[in-house]
Design a protein around this ligand. Structure first.
Ligand code: N7H
Length: 473
């Protein structure tokens, strides 16, 4: 199908993405399908659309401009939003029998866990991932409430739970709140790196892409739109598939590894450790990409959206050497840019739109001193795409977990040091972290990101919520 999505019809978390400080995820099961459909009909008017979020973003911009004009810091604009998503288990319960056209979604993430490289055990009933208990049972749906403050989202959540009859019609399985990190760490994930920089632009929606930002056809994000060649049921159009991953991060242990393995020949040990961190991620903590800032951090570049994503690994030597950026660095593994384009491979179908948020407290002094994680923290990772097999699943399995990717003559890049994993061994390594000794292998003795659970959800359009998911009142 050609044509463009109508912002009134899509959920705003997919596009343009919700500006948020706090975000609660409530995973639920449907206890009474008939009553749930009636309750959902009452909730649909409160689901946040793309048009709603466009309005919020405009308001935030205006408030910022007004504050800047008088030299004042901009106040936060009150905001609370609601997103709702359903797993295949929910479709079954609600009697929605059509084949959505994504076998990975239909089987569910628990069935995919071994394939994704998650830890676990194999018994008589097959592979059991070492996930947190709530994710080991079927989960029907997910409500995401996001906003500017805990207070705003709490009020929205109470309203949503009352409407859906939580406790009777709908049962809560698990709930977790993420928040933007405090002070200067705003926008940085728990290892300390600026996140949320590189996402694809969507044709005819992001009308002025940032320098370096690649545009994809709408069908690679929304089912049934241009570029999506799969047969879909008519109600699935303008929905998107959400991969949720509950990812714990061992921050003190990661920092200790950097401390113990500084890149040699750098002015001092501390800078050598920072350099190793940047070589593992492919960007400095400031966000500055190694491809543009290969030897030292450039904080002005890091925070400048006009420049911080404007690179493709096309500098002389980039394709064959790891002088500027290791082939296995996290951002190069998950978006290899020219490494594949030079081989004639288009990256369009491998694009995902990331919408995550950190969770858990800041690292405590005791954890820092003992180099040991004592409190749970990490990333509530979410990404959207129209096909999991080319999107999240492919990036995790065929790129991050595959040491020979990206393909390079005579060099094995190694695992993605941040998210690459194997089911039950800790036998991970990477090459090229030391620019002066690029064939040396660095053993990644620990895994610092641990999968604690997840599920694949479908995020329906507003018309689909009304016509197919909810009862007709
Ligand atoms: Fe990643 N990190 O802090 O190291 N990621 N990521 N990610 N990630 C990115 O460009 C991180 C995860 C992608 O276009 C940045 O926005 C952490 C999963 C993709 O150049 C940083 C975790 C998957 C990109 C991190 C985590 C991806 C990307 C740079 C888990 C998919 C864009 C900031 C706890 C399977 C690459 C930015 C590009 C960027 C980190 C998870 C994918 C700093 C800590 C599970 C596609």
């Amino acid at each position: 199908m050609s044509g463009n999505v109508d912002l009134k019809n899509i959920q705003g978390d997919i596009w343009p993405g919700i500006p948020k400080k706090f975000e609660t995820h409530v995973f639920f099961n449907i206890a009474d399908a008939q009553k749930f459909k009636l309750a959902l009909a009452l909730l649909v008017p409160f689901v946040t659309t793309g048009q709603d979020v466009t309005g919020h973003r405009q308001k935030i911009l205006e408030v910022k401009q007004t504050a800047a004009a008088v030299g004042q810091p901009a106040p936060l604009v009150p905001l609370s939003t609601l997103t709702i998503a359903f797993s295949q288990f929910a479709l079954n319960k609600l009697g929605i029998k059509d084949n959505i056209g994504d076998a990975v979604y239909q089987a569910g993430q628990k069935a995919d866990a071994q394939n994704l490289g998650d830890k676990g055990t194999t018994g008589t009933t097959g592979f059991l991932p070492a996930w947190d208990a709530p994710f080991l049972q079927p989960i029907d749906g997910l409500i995401i409430v996001a906003g500017d403050s805990q207070l705003s989202i709490d009020a929205k959540l109470v309203q949503a739970k009352l409407t859906l009859g939580f406790g009777l019609i709908t049962k809560e399985v698990f709930s977790i709140t993420g928040n933007v990190r405090p002070g200067d760490e705003k926008g940085h994930e728990h290892f300390g790196f600026l996140d949320g920089i590189s996402n694809p632009a969507i044709n005819n929606l992001d009308t002025s892409p940032l320098p370096g930002q690649e545009s994809i056809r709408q069908g690679f994000l929304f089912l049934g739109r241009e570029g999506d060649d799969t047969t879909r049921p008519s109600w699935a159009i303008d929905g998107s598939i959400l991969a949720f991953r509950f990812l714990g991060q061992h921050v003190p242990e990661f920092n200790k590894f950097l401390e113990d393995n500084p890149i040699p020949e750098v002015v001092d040990r501390k800078k050598g450790s920072e350099f190793l961190g940047a070589r593992l991620v492919g960007r400095w903590k400031s966000g500055a990409p190694l491809d543009l800032a290969p030897t030292e951090d450039d904080p002005d570049l890091g925070k400048d959206p006009q420049r911080n994503n404007d690179f493709k690994y096309t500098f002389p030597g980039d394709f064959d050497t790891q002088d500027r950026c290791p082939f296995g660095a996290h951002v190069r593994k998950t978006n290899p840019r020219n490494d594949l384009e030079q081989l004639g491979v288009s990256l369009e179908k491998f694009k995902i739109l990331r919408r995550g948020i950190p969770y858990g407290p800041e690292v405590g002094k005791d954890e820092e001193a003992e180099h040991k994680t004592k409190k749970d923290r990490g990333l509530l990772f979410r990404c959207y795409q129209s096909h999991l097999v080319n999107g999240f699943q492919f990036l995790q399995k065929s790129w991050a977990n595959t040491p020979t990717f990206p393909p390079k003559n005579g060099v094995t890049p190694g695992f993605d040091p941040i998210i690459g994993q194997t089911n039950d061994t800790k036998n991970r390594s990477i090459t090229g972290t030391d620019p002066n000794n690029q064939t040396a292998t660095l053993a990644l003795i620990d895994e610092w990101v641990l999968s604690k659970g997840g599920e694949y959800f479908f995020v329906p359009s507003i018309p689909a919520l009304k016509s197919t998911f909810a009862a007709h009142l």
